[in-house]
Design a protein around this ligand. Structure first.
Ligand code: AMP
Length: 288
C-alpha cells in the first residue's frame, strides 16, 4: 500500500491510472477507522479497480468549541486496517497542503445544510462540502462511498456533485451498528462504560418511531412524541433534535410519506450522538 501525502502526487497517481481505463474508488474518512469505515472500504474494493482511502481530520468542519484537538488519530492502526482491506493508497494530506496560505473558497449547499446538523453546528457543512470538493479534485475518483450514518452529509454530497457537475458516482451504504444497536462512530471511545450502556437509547427511540409508523400511524407529532418519550426515559441523554422528515429534502413532515426519515441527535456527557432510520410506511416493507 502506498502512503501519499502530497496532493500533486495523489493527482498524478490517479491520472496515470485513469488514462489506462482503471476505475478509482475513494472512501473519505477522518481516520480512527472502525467497522463502519471498514464496510465502506470493503464495498469500494468490490466496486472499483483501484482504491484510495483518505484520512484527514478536517479543521474547517469543527466548531471553535468542538473536539478538533482531541479527535483520535491512531494512524498506524488506520494504516493497518487499510492494508488488511487491500487499499491501494492511503492519502494523508497535511492541513497546510489542504489549506495553504491564501486559500479562500468555500462551497455552500444552503438548503440541505440549513436544518438539523447544520443548525446545531454552524459552518460544519461548509467545511464538509469544501473538503469533499477538494478531495475529489485531488483524487479524481470515479466513485466515492459514504455512510448513511451521516445521512444529511450524504444528501449534501449528492447535491453538490450534481450542482457542480463533478462527475463522481456517489454510493451510500447502510449504518454499521454495535451488537446492541448503537451506531459505530469514532467518537464512541469518549463514552464512559456507563454512558456507553445508555447511549443506545437514541437508536431505541428511532426504532420506536419506526414501529409506530408500521402500526399505520401517519401523524408526525405522534411519532415524534413516541420517540421523545423513549429517549427522555434515559435522563443522562439530552435531545438536540428528533425529526420526522423527507429523506430527499430533509424538510420536516407533518404526515409520513411512503419513505420517511427519522433523524436524531442527543448529547450524553461530552459526546454528541447522531443517528437515523429510513422507514418505509408501505405495508409489509421494513426499513430501507
Ligand atoms: P468519518 O471518519 O466520521 O468522517 O466518516 C467517514 C465515512 O464513514 C463517512 O461517509 C461516514 O458516514 C461513514 N461512517 C461513519 N460511521 C459509520 C457507520 N457506523 N456505518 C457506516 N458508515 C459510517
Amino acid at each position: 500500500m502506498k502512503i501519499i501525502r502530497s496532493p500533486a502526487a495523489m493527482t498524478a497517481w490517479s491520472e496515470g491510472l485513469r488514462r489506462e481505463g482503471v476505475t478509482i474508488g475513494l472512501v473519505p474518512t477522518m481516520g480512527a477507522l472502525h467497522e463502519g469505515h471498514r464496510s465502506l472500504i470493503r464495498e469500494a474494493r468490490l466496486q472499483c479497480d483501484a482504491l484510495v482511502v483518505s484520512i484527514f481530520v478536517n479543521p474547517t468542519q469543527f466548531g471553535p468549541r468542538e473536539d478538533l484537538t482531541k479527535y483520535p488519530r491512531p494512524l498506524s492502526h488506520d494504516r493497518a486496517i487499510c492494508r488488511q482491506e487491500g487499499v491501494d493508497v492511503c492519502f494523508e494530506p497535511t492541513v497546510e497542503a489542504m489549506y495553504p496560505a491564501g486559500f479562500q473558497t468555500t462551497v455552500i449547499v444552503p438548503a440541505v445544510a440549513r436544518r438539523w446538523e447544520g443548525e446545531a453546528r454552524p459552518h460544519h457543512f461548509a467545511g464538509v462540502a469544501t473538503v469533499v470538493t477538494k478531495l475529489f479534485g485531488m483524487v479524481r475518483p470515479h466513485r466515492a462511498l459514504f455512510g448513511q450514518k451521516d445521512f444529511q452529509q450524504s444528501v449534501l454530497v449528492q447535491q453538490l456533485v450534481k450542482d457542480l457537475n463533478l462527475g463522481v458516482d456517489i454510493v451510500v451504504r447502510p449504518t454499521v451498528r454495535e451488537q446492541d444497536g448503537l451506531a459505530m462512530s469514532s467518537r464512541n471511545i469518549y463514552l464512559s462504560p456507563n454512558e456507553r450502556r445508555r447511549a443506545v437509547v437514541l437508536y431505541k427511540g428511532l426504532q420506536t418511531g419506526a414501529k409506530v409508523i408500521r402500526t399505520g400511524e401517519t401523524d408526525a407529532r405522534i411519532i415524534r412524541s413516541a420517540m421523545t418519550q423513549v429517549i427522555k426515559g434515559e435522563p443522562t441523554l439530552t435531545i438536540d433534535y428528533l425529526a420526522v422528515c423527507d429523506p430527499t429534502t430533509l424538510e420536516p413532515l407533518s404526515t409520513v410519506r411512503p419513505k420517511t426519515l427519522l433523524l436524531g441527535a442527543a448529547r450524553i456527557g461530552t459526546v454528541r450522538l447522531i443517528d437515523n432510520l429510513a422507514v418505509s410506511a408501505i405495508q409489509g416493507q421494513r426499513n430501507y
